[in-house]
Write a protein that binds this ligand. Structure first.
Ligand code: AMP
Length: 401
């Protein structure tokens, strides 16, 4: 059984082809600059980056892009399948499923209609995801497709955690509420955490920290998301590379007034000029900020302190929300690799029983426990694998057809 996982962005397509029977990634890659000059595909067959190939060509739209991906998979030299029919199913990462989707679904006309309706809430992401589905329908009409939503895992968050303190009519009229994102990642690492602890998810209280360019923290109780730091948009919670995280909403009209900004300009500041970049003035990449901080740059040091503090505060808040905590998980680029930032975040969490073992913490990108032996609350690094999760959901649904 072979499953192609697609993550279609506005100008890119990331893909992985899984052989689910043998449990291996047959090929992976990314096509960049769709609709822009200089489109190119980086294709890695058989999980071996030494055999990586770069393919260039005119890619005006996603249909041509997906055809290019399929051609790479079928190629005589660097391909991994002999016929397109070998692909049994396609799993799509879909960013927003609003309140309509709390699980993954086989895509049909009705689901497509609902996906279009959800686009209003994610105008940058959902239209590109939908284009990817439509392109596949054209190119491989007989292959079933599955939608796996970033928001689905958080549909279990109770209303007291997802309703904002705004007039209720805006929830009813526009669907303004906390939705949460990175759900596939949080679900995956929470499941792995329970496995590593040798306990069923039911009964466990886990705080999962997805810290990459975008960051979110989730409270996972009995295997279900009960609160999460991203909300209506993808900007709330701890600061991120360029996003401001939680700020006092009073700042928004104040700044618009003082700087004579329109909503678009203000959005740009909050999403693209804030966070690590905004505070440090150095950059949005954690490695650059850490390097500047080590060199004595005071604002870079401050950015790191703010990042660690806000993350620590969320971990504490979610321990309170769940009435306890059994484990903390770090994942994504910073969570998996940021040795010193993990140490900064965990400083002061000992009162929760979470004691970091400084030696065990010297790891990057490995699935490993990093808390002291015997600590009441375990701390783990667990590399995320959203693509595998999408492939597993796809397989499950297609096998049930
Ligand atoms: P992601 O969005 O998951 O790809 O994560 C990107 C973030 O991970 C960037 O801020 C990188 O600086 C950060 N990152 C990657 N490697 C390291 C590392 N070795 N130490 C600290 N941060 C890292």
């Amino acid at each position: 059984m072979k499953v192609l996982v697609l993550n279609c962005g506005s100008s890119s397509i990331k893909y992985q082809l899984f052989d689910m029977t043998q449990n291996i990634v047959m090929a992976q890659g990314v096509l960049e600059r769709i609709g822009i000059n200089g489109s190119h595909l980086t294709h890695i067959p058989n999980g071996d980056s030494a055999t990586k190939v770069e393919i260039t060509g005119e890619v005006p739209d996603h249909r041509v892009g997906i055809q290019m991906v399929v051609d790479a998979l079928l190629d005589d030299k660097h391909g991994v399948i002999a016929d397109m029919d070998e692909i049994n199913a396609v799993g799509h990462r879909i960013v927003h499923g609003a309140e309509r989707f709390s699980d993954s679904f086989i895509i049909n006309d009705e689901i497509m209609k609902t996906l279009h309706e959800c686009s209003e809430l994610a105008p940058l992401h959902n239209p590109a995801n939908i284009t990817g589905v439509e392109a596949c329908s054209e190119l491989m009409p007989d292959i079933p497709q599955v939608a796996v939503f970033d928001t689905a895992f958080h549909q279990s968050v109770p209303e007291e955690a997802y309703i904002y303190g705004l007039p209720y009519r805006y929830y009813e009229k526009y669907g303004i509420r906390r939705y949460g994102f990175h759900g596939t990642s949080h679900k995956y690492v929470a499941q792995r955490c329970a496995l590593l602890m040798g306990q069923p998810e039911n009964g466990l209280k886990i705080v999962t920290c997805h810290l990459g360019n975008g960051c979110s923290i989730t409270a996972v109780k009995n295997g279900k998301s009960v609160d999460t730091s991203l909300g209506f948009g993808t900007i709330a919670g701890p600061i991120m590379g360029t996003r401001c995280g939680d700020i006092d909403p009073a700042i928004i009209p104040f700044l618009m007034d003082k700087e004579e900004l329109n909503p678009h300009e203000l959005n740009n500041i909050l999403y693209k000029e804030s966070g690590l970049l905004g505070i440090s003035g150095v950059g949005s990449d954690m490695r650059d900020v850490e390097k500047a901080a080590e060199g004595g740059n005071k604002r870079a040091q401050l950015a790191l302190k703010v990042f660690a503090y806000m993350n620590r505060k969320f971990i504490g808040a979610y321990a309170a929300a769940m009435g306890g905590i059994d484990a903390i998980v770090f994942t994504a680029g910073i969570g998996e690799n940021g040795i010193s930032i993990r140490e900064m975040i965990c400083q002061g969490l000992e009162f929760l029983g979470a004691e970091l073992d400084l030696e065990k913490n010297q790891v990057r990108g490995q699935e490993v426990e990093i808390s002291r032996d015997g600590a009441a609350t375990k701390i783990f690094v667990i590399p995320t694998n959203e693509e595998l999760m999408i492939a597993q959901d796809t397989l499950k649904l297609v096998q049930a057809l």
